[in-house]
Write a protein that binds this ligand. Structure first.
Ligand SMILES: NCc1[nH]cc(CCC(=O)O)c1CC(=O)O
Length: 314
């Protein structure tokens, strides 16, 4: 079976882990690298890259459908809500760290950052959450893969940068000093820290890949998507969503929020839903989030980003 991947080091590490797991199950694979818009255009904000939705995914989807690549490995948070019918997410691997982390040369916490510190991130969600917590911070665009972002920090272009801890974990960079940001103030992107394995529907790859599925991670990530579905935000809208099984295994704690792009307004939910009825309860919680002002904030954010895009294109 052919396994498609982006060419970034993180994508290759993720793909080769899946290839190893499939080989252990008796399914050898060959790797094929596909370049995506998100990798090609790193000189501009993400919201300026094609539609921004699926900027790291579209070409891989197309290659699977057109060229018969049977498997593709993605950071699940990069997968858009709407997916081609020819493709199925056949497995979600066991979740890595869901946290955003702050990286500074001195290992500072967010409270220790100097006034007006310059923080690098390309995520509108992180930007909004940072400004909500520390309105004095100067948020600057930070594009490029994880290696590039670390280099820019070390060159002194920023006082600090925000990344997903999962990326550092998967690269094996345990020695890099980072400070986890609390979920209550920095709710992660939906599905942050998980790897999804997509397969071409109707091929033997679906069954082979499904052997890698980690059920609780799959339920948590689907819950996160259901809770934000009604907001109809894109992957550049400031939306966080995080679901985690309680230790007793009978409840799932769900935290989700929508923010205005400047961080001055936000709507949150934080509730425990039952495992036995998780789909219906996640959908009800999503309706509550949307109807309590979340949908309006998401629409505001989409307009704000659209205006930004138009101003940049003038
Ligand atoms: N396109 C950004 C992206 N997609 C997946 C990860 C990290 C790994 C993950 O969340 O699974 C990242 C980098 C980041 O958010 O710092």
């Amino acid at each position: 079976m052919i396994i498609g991947t982006r060419g970034s080091n993180l994508a290759l590490v993720q793909t080769r882990k899946v290839a190893e797991l499939l080989k252990e199950k008796g399914f050898p694979t060959t790797e094929q690298i596909i370049k995506t818009d998100g990798d090609r255009f790193t000189d501009r904000p993400l919201y300026q890259v094609s539609t921004g939705v699926g900027a790291f995914v579209r070409e891989l989807d197309d290659a699977m459908i057109a060229d018969g690549i049977e498997i593709a490995v993605h950071s699940m948070k990069d997968l858009p809500t709407i997916r081609p019918p020819e493709l199925v997410t056949a497995a979600v691997l066991e979740r890595d760290s869901p946290y955003d982390v702050l990286l500074t040369k001195e290992g500072l916490t967010i409270d220790e950052l100097p006034k007006n510190a310059i923080i690098g991130t390309s995520s509108m969600r992180r930007r909004a959450q940072l400004l909500r917590y520390r309105p004095d911070l100067q948020i600057e665009e930070l594009r490029g893969n994880i290696d590039t972002r670390l280099r820019k920090l070390n060159e002194g272009q920023y006082d600090g940068i925000l990344l997903a801890e999962a990326g550092l974990e998967r690269m094996g960079w345990d020695d890099i000093v980072r400070v986890r940001l609390p979920i209550d103030e920095f709710c992660p992107s939906p599905n942050q820290g998980t790897v999804a394995v997509v397969a071409l529907a109707g091929t033997p790859a679906v069954e082979a890949v499904s052997l890698l599925n980690h059920l609780s991670s799959q339920i948590e990530t689907q819950t996160e998507r259901l809770v934000v579905k009604d907001l109809e935000g894109g992957c550049t809208t400031p939306i966080g969503s995080y679901a985690k099984f309680e230790p007793n295994g009978k409840k799932i704690r769900v935290r989700a929020e929508v923010l205005s792009c400047d961080g001055t307004k936000s709507i949150k939910v934080d509730e425990k839903i039952s495992v036995e009825n998780w789909k219906a309860e996640a959908e009800m919680l999503g309706k509550k989030l949307a109807e309590s002002g979340g949908k309006m904030l998401a629409e505001e954010a989409i307009c704000y980003i659209q205006d930004l895009k138009e101003k940049k294109n003038k």
